[in-house]
Design a protein around this ligand. Structure first.
Ligand code: ADP
Ligand code: MG
Length: 613
């Protein structure tokens, strides 16, 4: 067989099939051909760098190990040149004429399995070299192998079933791929267009990429470098570049893992939580790379929803092949990736909370919402997330918080529950009637200030085997306290509660004495699950039925309190006045519970009560 004259070859049958799909596909992201050819150039350079160390007889020249892309919008061409290993004649046939390439192979397999000509898969599989034919009238590959004694060649094809190989004198080492663009793809001969594409997909390729003589990629793939070599400023610069951010990162996690997947990741928590500022819901923003090449800038499933505030990069060598199988069959690989990263990030937050409690507190103030969302909704990570929650409590100072873990260490052995109270702020919880009974028994109570807390506590349900219990809940059982002197007797209480129930009518479900009141005369407890103030607000917001129905509560009275004792005396002596007092006491209790919607009736009544002063 002559090797000095042009020779024509038929593509292998599978390649013909592949080319047919690639050429006729309506795949919209044709631009990925740039990513593929630049990756090939980088691979070839990498191989060459390696050979330099191990081989003699190398075809050396003075050129830098870089990738040069040139565009010519008059001729409508784009050229991608590298000084890598190049290809011999045999390798041209082998590599560009038969299907050795694993990505292309699995692409075809997936098509076979999927049946339809699902050209959407092209982008995910990266059909490699052949993607050039999405945009090319013709492709020419000028090449000289790294092997000194091999001659140069040019490979050419229009993608229609055959290709030619011809000897070519005076070739540089490496490969130069010249694409003559189809008329409707002429945009890929524009400098700005290619700049955009290279910056998007190939910004972190290790070799310099020059576009029409200008360096395009200046930022390194920091995630693959060793941590102790990286300067703080480099991290910040990387963050700003990669996340299109203007702020400085608040927290950073740089880690690698080998099992069950090879992962290098660099994750950032931004300074500000823009969702909290009222901006729209955040989109996933941790990009997925395979060996420094972008696979997906906004992959949906590599992190759980509640980690949508993270920015950065995850790079896994195991990906490109498997990711395709994943879309065809199961999600197991992405799930694995998700699991590893999430676990690692949770561990990181836990360490931060211990090693840098102040930074953690600031992070929590800004991003705690996401942890709460996760604790409430993500069953897999509920426990680790619940450990990361922080609340003020009846034992902390104002502004200082405790974890549930610490709360549990302070529990007496007989305490089986973790108590919490909802309220708009510390002062309102401390002055309300619900805290005093627990305080009198030395029980710590967590203070929940955010509307969402009630929902979170309800969903989390328990921690470390202890039930999370709302201290204003009707079912709360507390131990007996020694009865102070001077309380109303049993008969008196019975007569007063019966009278109160009759007098207050529909507004109360039940009236009884309280085991949790110390300093206040009365308190109101939820008669049903819709009675909590947050629930009512939520139902109103959702226009739910029942949201406007009058509140109905269980009223508890404090038989030791002067007002109650006085009421007992008046309720027979002056029933009219006692009724006003009873109604006012109920309203007071509703205010304490955050349940009094309309105060007009109350003001009128107070005025009436004041008349008799
Ligand atoms: P992959 O890169 O996944 O192997 P491609 O279809 O992109 O698949 O490329 C097929 C093969 O062609 C490569 O494995 C490589 O051997 C060869 N090749 C492609 N581009 C170059 C290049 N610029 N220099 C040297 N060899 C190349
Ligand atoms: Mg390739």
């Amino acid at each position: 067989m002559s090797t000095t004259t042009p020779q024509k070859f038929e593509f292998q049958a599978e390649i013909k099939q592949l080319l047919d799909i690639v050429i006729h596909s309506l795949y919209t992201e044709k631009e990925i051909f740039v990513r593929e050819l630049v990756s090939n150039a980088a691979d070839a350079l990498e191989k060459f760098r390696h050979l330099q160390l191990t081989e003699k007889n190398i075809f050396e020249d003075s050129r830098e190990l870089e990738i040069n892309v040139t565009t010519d919008d008059k001729a409508k061409t784009i050229t991608i040149q590298d000084a890598g290993v190049g290809m011999t004649r045999g390798e041209l046939v082998e590599n560009l004429g038969t299907i050795a390439h694993s990505g292309s192979k699995s692409f075809l397999k997936a098509l076979g399995e999927g049946g339809a000509k699902n050209s959407n898969l092209i982008g995910q599989f990266g059909v490699g070299f052949y993607s050039a034919f999405m945009v090319a009238k013709s492709v020419k590959v000028y090449t000289h192998s790294w092997k000194q004694d091999e001659p140069g060649h040019v490979w050419s094809s229009d993608g229609s079933g055959s290709y030619e190989i011809e000897p070519a004198a005076d070739q540089n080492r490496g490969a130069k791929i010249v694409i003559e663009l189809k008329d409707d793809c002429a945009e890929f001969s524009q400098d700005w267009k290619i700049k955009e594409i290279v910056e998007r997909y190939s910004a972190f390729v290790s070799f310099p990429i020059n576009l029409n003589g200008k360096r395009v990629n200046t930022i390194q793939a920091l995630w693959l470098r060793s941590k102790n070599e990286i300067k703080e400023e480099e991290y910040t610069e990387f963050y700003k570049f990669q996340s299109h951010a203007y702020d400085e990162p608040r927290l950073r996690l740089h880690f690698s893992a080998d099992a069950p997947l090879t992962i290098n990741a660099l994750l950032f928590v931004p300074k500000e939580n823009t969702e909290k500022l009222g901006m729209s819901r955040l989109e996933p923003a941790v990009s997925l790379y395979c060996r420094k090449v972008l696979i997906d800038a906004k992959p949906k499933d590599i992190l759980p929803e509640w980690l949508r505030f993270l920015k950065g990069v995850v790079d896994s060598e195991d990906l490109p092949l498997n990711i395709s199988r994943e879309t065809m069959q199961d999600k197991s690989l992405i799930e694995k990736l998700n699991k590893v990263i999430t676990k690692r990030f949770l561990k990181f937050l836990d360490e931060e909370s211990k090693n840098r409690p102040e930074a953690y507190a600031e992070f929590y103030a800004e991003f705690g919402h996401f942890l709460k969302e996760g604790a409430a909704l993500d069953f897999t990570h509920k426990e680790s997330l619940t450990k990361l929650l922080r609340f003020e409590s009846s034992l902390t100072e104002k502004g200082k918080t405790t974890s549930l873990t610490d709360y549990v260490t302070r529990l007496g052995s007989e305490q089986k529950e973790i108590y919490y109270l909802n309220g708009p702020n510390r002062a309102s919880i401390e002055s309300g009637p619900y805290l005093e009974g627990l305080k009198a028994r030395n029980l710590e109570v967590l203070f929940c200030y955010e509307p969402v807390d009630e929902y979170v506590m309800n969903n989390v349900r328990e921690f470390d085997g202890k039930k999370l219990t709302a201290a204003d809940h009707a079912d709360l059982k507390l131990s007996d306290l020694p009865k102070p002197d001077g309380a109303l007797g049993e008969d008196a209480v019975k007569s007063l509660t019966t009278w109160l129930k009759a007098t207050l009518g529909e507004r109360v479900a039940e009236v009884k004495t309280s085991d949790r009141l110390v300093d206040s005369p009365v308190l109101a407890l939820n008669a049903d699950k819709f009675t909590s103030p947050h629930m009512r607000r939520m139902m109103k917001a959702m226009n739910k039925e029942g949201a406007d129905s009058p509140v109905r509560v269980n009223l508890e009275i404090n038989p030791r309190h002067a007002v109650i004792k006085r009421l007992f005396e008046t309720h027979t002596a002056n029933p009219e006045r006692a009724t006003l007092v009873a109604e006012q006491l109920l309203d007071n209790a509703l205010i304490g519970a955050g349940l009094l919607d309309d105060t007009t009736a109350m003001v009128a009544r107070l005025n009436k009560l004041l008349e008799s002063v």
